[in-house]
Ligand binder design. Structure first.
Ligand SMILES: *Cc1c(COP(=O)(O)O)cnc(C)c1O
Length: 374
């Protein structure tokens, strides 16, 4: 059976280095916010080309802390509206709610699965204060258009890059210099994953960086003195140590994902399968990091069964769109009547093929052959 994602195989090459790190942390006797977290924050900021990186407990908290940080700085207020793609993993939307802000859902483009910039403007009201952009499946959203809208309407830009480690750093300098803040997750299955939960915020905004650094640690800079109403969401010292081991290999891993994606794109030839519209490196919206390779098909269950019978495991990302989840089914949610036809269609048709740095070229060739026979 070709596994959808073999996490054990992904982490196997690092086993000895991980054990060395465990020894180092044990010998230091400092288990929370120690040298490993500091080292990772410095390295990841450098890797992303940003001035600041603040480690957090997970990706969800990274998002929530960005919003709470802006609230502390007076740039957002409870009840403000934040534009967010209707087609995303639900965590993006829940983070907005967790910060007492109001998510306003916008349809994606069917071809890229990412938010359609043309549909953002009509959703902007006097209460709209920000756009939470999600780089879904590892492909950057259309940032040029989104920045233009944000600038014209004085909106903050927050990026959910939980699926896009390494995709942002090569953006044009125009975008890089903007004061956007970016949330990352290091959940084990992400392109850069630790052995548990982890997350981070990157930003060039010194004030935001300082507030988040404090908020993640009970709102405290100096022990037992609390400046803000904070939370406990620190990047774990051991997880940071593991991330320090893996970060130098992220670019090579992403390159391997691109190599596999290029083969899928050029060699899968079947009228029943719609390949994703992606931009490969060298093009304007470049640097897709293929966290997932997501195809569409009319009869998804049939294709998934067929692949399974041929020894290929696939996963659906995601089966139910956020606005149709049971959590939002009550009248009180205000969402029980919402419809987003493109989002719903995507959720009905998508299927994720295996893609990872440890998938072999023989396995890729076999998957392509089986798909072409379907
Ligand atoms: C994984 C993910 C998150 C949440 O990350 P956690 O570390 O699991 O909290 C948020 N947004 C997107 C798009 C994700 O894929």
């Amino acid at each position: 059976m070709i596994r959808f994602l073999d996490l054990k195989k992904i982490n196997e090459p690092y086993e000895i280095a991980f054990q060395e790190k465990l020894k180092v942390v044990l010998a230091n006797g400092w288990y929370v916010l120690g040298n490993e977290v500091k080292e990772f924050e410095t390295s990841f900021a450098k890797y992303c080309g940003t001035q600041y990186c603040i480690g957090t407990g997970n990706g969800f908290d990274a998002l929530v802390l960005i919003f709470k940080g802006y609230i502390q700085l007076g740039k957002l207020q409870k009840g403000d509206e934040i534009i967010v793609p209707a087609n995303t993993y639900i965590a993006s939307i829940l983070a907005i709610l967790e910060a007492d802000l109001i998510p306003i859902l916008v349809e994606p483009k069917l071809e890229t699965y990412n938010i359609n910039p043309n549909l953002i403007v009509e959703k902007i009201t006097s209460k709209t204060k920000g756009i939470l952009v999600v780089h879904l499946y590892g492909q950057l959203a259309e940032m040029d258009a989104i920045y233009e809208i944000a600038q014209a309407n004085d909106l903050l830009i927050i990026e959910d890059a939980a699926q896009a480690h390494g995709a942002i750093k090569n953006q044009e300098s125009k975008i890089k210099n903007q004061k956007s803040s970016v949330a990352y997750s290091f959940y084990p299955s992400k392109n850069l994953g630790c052995l548990g939960d982890g997350g981070a915020v990157t930003t060039n905004d010194v004030e935001l960086a300082q507030v988040i650094q404090s908020l993640r640690n009970y709102g405290s800079e100096t022990k037992y003195y609390n400046d803000y109403i904070g939370v406990n969401s620190r990047l774990d010292e051991l997880q940071a140590a593991f991330l320090n081991v893996k970060l130098p290999f992220l670019d090579a891993d992403n390159e391997q994902r691109r190599t596999i994606a290029k083969r899928y794109l050029s060699e899968i030839k079947n009228d029943k399968i719609i390949l994703p519209t992606v931009s490969l490196r060298g093009t304007k919206q470049s640097n897709h990091v293929f966290h997932l390779f997501v195809i569409r098909t009319q009869n998804r269950i049939d294709l998934q069964d067929y692949l399974h019978q041929n020894g290929i495991q696939t996963v659906i990302h995601y089966p139910v769109p956020p606005h149709q989840q049971k959590a939002f089914s009550t009248k009180a949610s205000g969402w029980h009547n919402l419809t987003f036809p493109i989002t719903e269609r995507i959720h009905n048709e998508v299927l994720s093929l295996p893609i990872s740095p440890v998938l072999t070229m023989d396995e890729v060739a076999f998957i392509i052959e089986v798909l072409n026979r379907y």
